[in-house]
Every structure is written in structure tokens, then in C-alpha cells.
Design a protein around this ligand. Structure first.
Ligand SMILES: Nc1nc2c(ncn2[C@@H]2O[C@H](COP(=O)(O)OP(=O)(O)OP(=O)(O)O)[C@@H](O)[C@H]2O)c(=O)[nH]1
Ligand SMILES: [Mg+2]
Length: 379
């Protein structure tokens, strides 16, 4: 696909800061012989966080940010002075972002709310200075603790849109057209397959100023789970949707069969999608007369509610919205946040084999110059 502004996948190298070393300094002042240990503790290394931010819709702003590196804690100093903590780094992400380990595919965390902050990598603890090691039998410990090392990780961030209703259908089924009539969204609509190349979101207002969010994703075709068409790349955007609205056009050869193919592709992608509520809309019903409608009604799938609609004439649209709302508010409805993110299969991801140019660790300028102590010379 050409360069697009809808970025829902980025890979970033992240590193927390290492802890500063404790100091093994000894007090040295005129007229105070054998001043004793006075080395302070090292500072904590910076953490790396993810933070949800409603102002972002995609991961575009991170596309060229390849490294996120927190700074290290500073070493402790003389006179029990504690080293400065490293600076934290916060990666701002749109709500709905999920993080995975880029090497193992392991699921790490999920950010769904504005302002929600999740620690991705912990900064190293600072080491204890030699003052902590003074004991009755060892009044002059010449050692201090080093700081904890930094943590590093390549992280994949994936956006899984937060929408209530996801539209599922073959190309040309009329998904974008429906979104355009029930919301203010202006998706591209045309009479050829794969008009929609990236997901569109729209807010559907319903009675009494209430509303829900609908996601129009690119069409799915048979074999999508093997990578045909646009593949299943966009299916992750319906993983969170509480409700799936299947759409099959009235002029399809076999409505029930199309529905079953779609269902099969979804199941192959993630069997958990089968646990979601489903509704079937037979679109473009303006092409049917009463007789045909009746004939088709006799052979519809019976495991879900079905409705005939037309985005052109408005037939069945209000009833469909009512039904969607009703389903979304069902008492037993599962929480969209409760989805289980499966670990990613990294072997399926195109390996970009990039050179990472991992930035070198910074050196601590004020690191223990005082480590060589000359306590004995003081006498
Ligand atoms: N007669 C009729 N035509 C419709 C209706 N809804 C959509 N269409 C037409 O069907 C064609 C495809 O509509 P789209 O909304 O672009 O279909 P889509 O499902 O978004 O397709 P992709 O984005 O390619 O997956 C367009 O030419 C629409 O004008 C309808 O209710 N009645
Ligand atoms: Mg479309």
C-alpha cells in the first residue's frame, strides 16, 4: 500500500535508564582524620511509559521515532549526596494501543483510556553508597553497590480501534455507504471492490443524544486468512468491537453462503471473535421487490437476527440502529475491554530486517572519580 496516514503498527526500540552507582567516598576534611565513609546512593534510571492520549488517532507520530531511551541515574557523590534520577520517557499513544514484545510476540500491555499510563520498562535502581555498608566490624567499607542495569526491548505497538460496532463484509457490500448515512463520516464510496483501504470510524447518534461508534473496515474475501485481498491485517480493528454487523448485498448469489464464508475467515483469524454478538444486514434491499424479499427471507441464516436495509432509500435503517443499540446495551453484554490479546506470531510479520542503530549508553560524567580513595594518606 502507498504511504498512508493510517498507521496502526510501529516497532520501536526502548531502553530504560540504568541506575547510578553508589559512591564509595570517604570524608576528607582538614583536622578530621579518618572521616569515615560518606558516599551517597546512585539515582534511579528513567522508566519508559506508554500513555493513552485522546488527541491521537493513529500511531503516525511514532512512525519515525525509532528509539525511545530514558536517561540513566547519576552516581552518588561525596557527603552522602544522592545522584540525580534519570529522566523518564513517555510514549503518547492513541487509546486502543496494544504493546507486544517484537522478538517473542509476547503480549505486554494494553492502553485504552485517556491519561492511562502503563510502565513498559523499569529504570534500574540506584546502587547504595558505602555509608550503608558501615558495620561495627567494618568501619571503612571501600565498596559501594553498582546501579541496576537498564532494560531494553524492541516493542511492537499495534492499534486496535475502540469502536462499538464493526462492519464485516465482502468488498462492495455497502459498508462505507451505511457508515456515511448513519454518521457524519465521509468515507470514499465507489462501485468497485477495495474502495476502502483503511478503517473509518463514525459516531452514530441515536435517540436522546446517545451515540455509539461504528468502524468500517476494508472488505474481506474468501481466503483472506491466507493473505488474499488485503488479508486480515485490518481484522484486529474489530477485535474490540462489542458487536459485529455482517453485511451481505441483496444481489449476492447466496446470502447464507457469503455470511458463512465471512464467519469462517473471522474464525480462522481469531476464534474468540466467535463469542461476539452478531447481526446480519442484507444491504441494497432497494434492488428487491416484495416477492423476492419474501423468498430470500425463507433461507436466511438462523443463528443471528437479520434485517433488510437500504442506505439509498433509508429502508430499515432506523430499525437497524434500534437493534444495534438494543444489542449494545444488553444486560449480559461482555465488556469490550475484556478481550484477551493473544501473543503475536512474529513469524507472520514481514521482517523488515532493519538496522536498529541502537544508541550507545551514555557515560556518567560525574561517575565515581572518588572511587580511588586515599584514606590512609590523610594521617
Ligand atoms: N442500490 C444500492 N446501492 C448501494 C447501496 N449501498 C451501497 N450501494 C452501492 O454499492 C457500491 C459499493 O458501496 P461501498 O459503500 O463503497 O461498499 P464497501 O462495502 O464500502 O466496499 P469496499 O470499501 O470496497 O469494501 C457503491 O456503488 C454504492 O453506491 C444501497 O443501499 N442500494
Ligand atoms: Mg468501503
Amino acid at each position: 500500500m502507498a504511504e498512508s496516514n493510517f498507521v496502526d503498527y510501529v516497532k520501536i526500540y526502548c531502553r530504560s535508564g540504568k541506575g547510578g552507582a553508589g559512591s564509595a567516598h570517604f570524608r576528607r576534611e582538614k583536622y578530621i582524620p579518618r572521616g569515615g565513609p560518606d558516599g551517597g546512593d546512585g539515582g534511579r534510571g528513567g522508566h519508559v511509559y506508554l500513555r493513552g492520549n485522546l488527541n491521537y488517532w493513529t500511531l503516525l507520530h511514532l512512525k519515525f521515532e525509532r528509539h525511545v531511551v530514558a536517561t540513566s541515574g547519576r552516581s552518588g557523590g561525596a557527603k552522602r549526596s544522592t545522584g540525580r534520577d534519570g529522566e523518564d520517557r513517555i510514549i503518547e499513544v492513541p487509546c486502543g494501543t496494544v504493546a507486544f514484545d517484537a522478538d517473542t510476540g509476547e503480549y505486554l500491555c494494553d492502553v485504552t483510556e485517556d491519561g492511562q499510563q502503563v510502565m513498559l520498562l523499569k529504570g534500574g535502581r540506584g546502587g547504595a553508597g558505602n555509608t550503608h555498608f558501615k558495620t561495627a566490624t567494618n568501619q571503612a567499607p571501600r565498596y559501594a553497590q553498582p546501579g541496576e542495569p537498564a532494560q531494553e526491548r524492541k516493542v511492537v505497538l499495534q492499534l486496535k480501534l475502540l469502536a462499538d460496532v464493526g462492519l464485516v463484509g465482502f468488498p462492495n457490500a455497502g459498508k462505507s455507504t451505511l457508515l456515511s448515512v448513519v454518521s457524519a463520516a465521509k468515507p470514499k464510496i465507489a462501485d468497485y471492490p477495495f474502495t476502502t483501504l483503511e478503517p473509518n470510524l463514525g459516531i452514530v447518534s441515536w435517540r436522546d443524544n446517545r451515540s455509539f461508534v461504528m468502524a468500517d473496515i476494508p472488505g474481506i474475501i474468501e481466503g483472506a486468512s491466507d493473505g488474499r485481498g488485503l488479508g486480515l491485517r485490518f481484522l484486529r480493528h474489530i477485535e474490540r468491537n462489542a458487536l459485529l454487523l455482517f453485511m451481505v448485498p441483496a444481489d449476492a448469489d447466496d446470502i447464507r453462503k457469503e455470511y458463512e464464508i465471512l464467519l469462517g475467515e473471522l474464525e480462522r483469524y481469531n476464534p474468540e471473535l466467535m463469542g461476539k454478538s452478531r447481526i446480519l444486514a442484507i444491504t441494497k434491499s432497494d434492488l428487491l421487490d416484495e416477492e423476492l424479499t419474501e423468498a430470500l427471507s425463507a433461507d436466511l441464516p438462523d443463528d443471528l437476527p437479520c434485517r433488510f436495509i437500504s442506505s439509498v432509500t433509508g429502508q430499515g435503517i432506523t430499525e437497524l440502529k434500534d437493534l444495534l443499540w438494543q444489542e449494545l446495551n444488553r444486560e449480559t453484554f461482555h465488556d469490550a475491554d475484556a478481550i484477551v490479546h493473544r501473543d503475536m506470531d512474529m513469524s507472520l510479520m514481514a521482517d523488515d530486517d532493519e538496522a536498529w542503530d541502537i544508541p550507545p549508553e551514555e557515560e556518567d560524567a560525574d561517575a565515581d572519580a572518588d572511587l580511588e580513595f586515599d584514606w590512609d594518606d590523610e594521617e
